[in-house]
Design a protein around this ligand. Structure first.
Ligand SMILES: Cc1cc2nc3c(=O)[nH]c(=O)nc-3n(C[C@H](O)[C@H](O)[C@H](O)COP(=O)(O)OP(=O)(O)OC[C@H]3O[C@@H](n4cnc5c(N)ncnc54)[C@H](O)[C@@H]3O)c2cc1C
Length: 456
């Protein structure tokens, strides 16, 4: 039998195949990062596991690059490729909640918004990221940091099982009991091991959260960061918080004449009893004088969508990331120099806490190795105009160069930029050798290489 042709593929796939001559090709090849301009030979619009198997088989048999796309948010644009095949899972977004067992079965192309909306109906949630358009696929496979991380851990810590299409064309059900080595690798090892057609998560009771946005003047940067460092180490685990450098968007609680000014912001989420919310956010008023604040209870999915409008698809993205075991005075000094120069309202630097439930999982228990980190920093350049590429990437690079001496060599794989392939071993440290062994067992030819690649 010869190699399958595009016609064979089209005949086999239920969801449809889009090639460069088809209408809708430009839409189909687009990903979230507007800087990424690649022209795949075929975009397979998968609607079931059979379609995913067909796309994977077609790429393997024809020796083509294969990109698996979930939500398409990857900053380096790993949801597409040049001249190869895209298995686009964005048509697979179903979520089935079992309120009795408190679990959800979620298709591999769902977004956080799909997941949160479905679980919220039952007063349940799983921890995710902070922008609702992000795909559960890439987010979970890399780890998954969100507002609830201190109490619920990473998203991957709440994964119970997954259905995976492997490079050799099998569909495996993977869990602690079945293919435990692959299950281990999926929890942090990113898209290296197969295409996940569905994820099963453990859910936790959560309906509403108590949210605080606190804007402080730049003269208080060091005080705010020192307070954050101390407070987040010991605060109750239902408290999520992170500092951010932020140009004030035109929000109603910020006076008009301050729109466009730069601040240090604390984003606070209390997921404990609402009546304790006021007490939980109060310490952020004591860190330094607060210029403007928004403090209110809201449904958890509303918090998850809070930043969506600021970050539409199509912005240019260039990011850098690092973990740190401590937020040293030196690091704070570096943030105080570079954070305030954030060039555009959509760009930012966030410093997420890594403690609580994240630390209760041993470093070798999942592929995600940095369980001893206390902070995950991301410098996220996001700007609208390609003409500003040079200035904005320079801002990210200079900022990162200043914090790197105060950081670990590795960073969170999902916050890494396109030029961070040489940091993959650092991202996984002692877990790297086991990841390579698992890669050899499940993808010896490295079919799944459009990612922060673990080479077999
Ligand atoms: C605006 C924005 C906000 C973000 N906020 C957060 C945050 O709060 N917390 C956080 O942890 N991360 C966050 N991220 C990072 C995010 O986790 C990564 O970009 C992640 O890779 C996105 O997953 P995706 O499915 O949307 O991306 P895609 O581009 O579709 O995929 C990313 C990678 O995962 C692989 N992949 C995706 N789905 C599957 C699947 N079903 N099976 C196998 N492989 C798959 C792809 O092959 C690719 O290598 C954010 C990113 C952006 C752009």
């Amino acid at each position: 039998m010869g190699k399958p042709t595009i016609e064979d593929l089209t005949n086999r796939v239920h969801g449809g195949v889009i090639t460069p001559s088809d209408e809708g090709y430009d839409e189909a090849r687009r990903v979230y990062n507007g800087m990424v301009d690649r022209r795949p030979a075929a975009v397979v619009r998968c609607v079931n596991a059979g379609d995913v198997l067909a796309a994977v088989g077609f790429a393997r048999e024809n020796g083509l690059d294969l990109a698996v796309r979930g939500g398409g948010h990857s900053v380096p644009g790993y949801g597409t490729c040049e001249g190869g095949v895209v298995a686009d899972l964005s048509g697979m977004r179903g979520v089935r909640v079992d309120p009795t067992s408190r679990t959800a079965r979620v298709e591999g192309g769902a977004t956080l918004s799909d997941l949160d909306a479905a679980t919220h109906a039952f007063g349940l949630a799983v921890t995710g990221g902070i922008v609702s358009t992000t795909g559960v696929g890439g987010l979970t496979l890399g780890g998954g940091f969100g507002h609830l991380a201190r109490s619920l851990g990473l998203t991957c810590d709440n994964l119970l099982s997954a259905d995976v299409v492997t490079a050799d064309g099998r569909l495996l059900v993977v869990s602690e009991r079945e293919h435990p080595d692959l299950f281990w690798a999926l929890r942090g090892g990113s898209g290296n091991f197969g295409a996940v057609t569905s994820f099963e998560y453990r859910l936790s009771p959560l309906e509403n959260v108590y949210v605080g946005l606190f804007f402080y003047e730049l003269e208080h940067v060091e005080a705010v960061l020192r307070h954050y460092r101390e407070h987040i180490a010991t605060a109750p685990e239902q408290l999520g918080a992170f500092p951010a450098f932020q140009i004030a968007p035109p929000l109603p609680f910020i006076p008009q004449d301050r729109h466009g000014d730069t601040f240090i912001l604390e984003v606070v989420c209390w997921s404990g009893p609402l009546e304790e919310g006021e007490q939980a956010v109060q310490p952020f008023r004591e860190a330094a004088p607060v210029s403007f604040e928004l403090v209110t209870p809201m449904p958890y999915p509303a918090l998850q969508g809070l930043f969506d409008a600021l970050l539409p698809p199509g912005l240019q993205h260039y990011w850098k990331a690092a973990f740190a075991t401590e937020l040293t005075d030196g690091a704070i000094a570096a943030h105080a120099v570079h954070g305030p120069t954030v060039p555009v309202v959509t760009s930012t630097c966030h410093i997420y806490p890594v403690n609580g439930a994240c630390h209760r999982v041993a470093p070798e228990a999942t592929a995600f190795s940095y369980r001893d980190a206390s902070f995950a920093t991301v410098i996220a350049g996001m700007w609208p105009d390609p003409a500003d590429d040079a200035a904005n990437t320079a801002w990210v690079r200079d900022y990162y160069a200043a914090v790197a001496p105060h950081s670990s060599a590795g960073g969170y794989v999902n916050f890494m930029g396109p030029d961070d392939q040489d940091r993959v071993t650092d991202n996984y440290r002692d877990n790297y050798a086991r990841l390579v062994d698992t890669k050899r067992a499940y993808d010896p030819e490295n079919l799944f290489h459009v990612n922060h690649n673990i080479r077999p």
